[in-house]
Design a protein around this ligand. Structure first.
Ligand code: ATP
Ligand code: MG
Length: 249
């Protein structure tokens, strides 16, 4: 049975026949080759694949950090492919939070100041930014560590600060490119479970990439990349985090 278009939920993000080429001297590298993908609001999706399969390129396009060579990217129904760079940056700053492999915290700032920063850049008062940042740091289990600089925190704790920072301005989407690559397997699993818990509590859509197949058992929506193409896609029933997560600060 066909579902009428009006009854279908609008995707949060949609890629249509996206190609991305990189020029390396005389060589043209096809990093993405005809990707079509829809992510619905509230999904928790993993992009998995071997090194060089195009995961980062895909994250950069979905996160509006880069534009395709051809094809289109729609965010909340708006074609963002044709936007001028400054307009695309505006949309990105409003709608998307980022978590990086290397945590990317500012070393001279405390955990609290790192999390406050995006709000302060957006013009929020220091007192409100502080309140919001403390709330987020509490949610990621770091209430006792708000005054610490990144160097005083473990890798897992630093990544939690980065997650709090990504969420502090209430984005609709969080993109995390290999957020667990610098963590041991226990901390990696804890970070994925934490992101899932926040996804369930706030309804924020999460897309993260990984080359670690073991993490996929924690994720319902799986996009498997190979040689710049989607080799397989799965949507499995996902156990609630309460059944898998054991978070400790
Ligand atoms: N800036 C760039 N210039 C040239 N080639 C690039 C660039 N970025 C990526 N590539 C190439 O595009 C292809 C896809 O790279 P991408 O970084 O997206 O893969 P990946 O799946 O994220 O790999 P990894 O697991 O190693 O992070 C690779 O062949 C890579 O060498
Ligand atoms: Mg990568």
């Amino acid at each position: 049975m066909r579902i009428p278009a009006a009854a279908r939920p609008a995707p949060l993000i949609e890629l249509r026949r996206v190609y991305k080429y990189y020029q390396m001297g005389d060589e043209r590298i096809a990093a993405l080759r005809g990707i079509s993908l829809r992510i619905q609001p509230g999904e928790f999706a993993a992009i998995w694949g071997p090194s060089g399969s195009g995961k980062s390129t895909l994250c950069n396009l979905v996160g509006l950090l880069d534009t395709p060579s051809s094809g289109t990217v729609h965010l909340e129904g708006q074609d963002v492919t044709t936007l001028a760079d400054d307009r695309r940056s505006e949309v990105r700053n409003r709608a998307i939070g980022f978590v990086f492999q290397g945590f990317n915290l500012i070393p001279v700032l405390s955990a609290l100041e790192n999390v406050m920063l995006p709000l302060q850049i957006a013009g929020t008062s220091a007192s409100l930014a502080r309140l919001r940042a403390l709330e987020r740091l509490g949610e990621v289990g770091l209430a006792p560590h708000t005054a610490h600089r990144p160097a005083k925190l473990s890798g897992g704790q630093q990544q939690r600060v980065a997650i709090a920072r990504a969420l502090v301005a209430d984005p609709v989407l969080v993109i995390a490119d290999e957020p667990t690559a610098n963590l041991d397997s226990e901390n990696a699993a804890n970070i994925i479970d934490l992101m899932r818990q926040l996804n369930e509590e706030h309804g924020t859509t999460f897309i993260f990439s990984t080359h670690d197949q073991r993490l996929l058992e924690r994720v319902g929506r799986q996009v498997l990349m190979r040689d710049g193409e989607i080799a397989d896609e799965r949507t499995l029933e996902q156990p609630k985090t309460s059944q898998v997560a054991t978070l400790r600060p």
